[in-house]
Design a protein around this ligand. Sequence first.
Ligand code: NAD
Length: 308
Amino acid sequence: PRIAVLGAGAMGSRIGAHLFEAGYAVVLYDSWKDHVAEIQRNGLRIVHEHTAQTLSIMAASRPLPGEVYDYVLLLTKSGQTEEALAGFRDIIGPDTYVVSLQNGIAGIEILPRYIPKERILVGVTTYSSDLLGPGAVQIGGSGITYLSRLSGGSSPAVDALGAIFNAAGFQTVVSEDAMQVIWEKLAFNASINPVTALTRLNAGEAGTHPLGIELMSSIVGEVAAVGHRLGINVRTDEVMSQLRRACEPEACGDHLPSMLQDVLKGRKTEIEALNGAVIRLAGDFGMDLPYSRAVYQMVKMLDEIKGT
Ligand code: NAD
């Protein structure tokens, strides 16, 4: 199969590297010219704990002429999705599957405007990574990735991608209905991200303070209520225990959730694909989400005034 990564930053480079090492033909597409030039010149540098290796993986900052892929793994930040699809539309053919492992529900909200639903795959991953600079990525935690067809049901192409990910050591479960997993991750991210980004407290600090837990729990309850209206069983107890585990000071409490990192670095956040998307969906049902709305408004101000 021909596989492209569209948006080869922290996560895209990591997945691309796993696939490349397992022998799959993969091309990294990214509009960031310095990053692409560095990979072309010196290879992609992958740092894992105290070791580093360099992979001669193909990278390009614009579509390679005539190249169309079986799978395009979309890993730009959610807010960059439309621009990436427009800039790289030539790599997506009528038989291409577009796969979003982005946080939030960009895959569900944005992709169907451009790609037929049957060819959209969505998922969530607990794998993580960080960009060190042009051409260099640090591998973070591993775990599990869930993959599902947006239109539901099974398909050989989805099973095949699951098998490819597993063969590449990227532990993946193909599920006919990943909506519960996606929505529970959405509730998790829509609560911990804005609360830490706005308070500038790390996960351990915010998640062990009674007011932090109270606020996160209110947001989780709102996201779950919208999920329930859509027929998705979002388990608030499960999300809250995941949050408590993620915030345990001795485990990973010093972790800076991605939205806090974005705010500290003056970058635009993924608030639109998280709380923004939930608020829009709630509006369709005439529901008001006061906690989500308040954190959305504050993060949106930061995005518009300070984010680039
Ligand atoms: P990132 O910013 O490191 O990577 C995004 C890449 O997309 C960048 O290299 C950027 O240059 C590129 N890009 C931006 N606009 C583009 C365009 N128009 N065309 C082509 N490329 C473009 O972000 P990330 O941390 O890798 O996150 C990507 C997605 O994965 C997000 O939705 C994030 O929430 C999700 N995610 C990340 C992690 C993680 O640990 N990094 C974990 C789970 C999920």
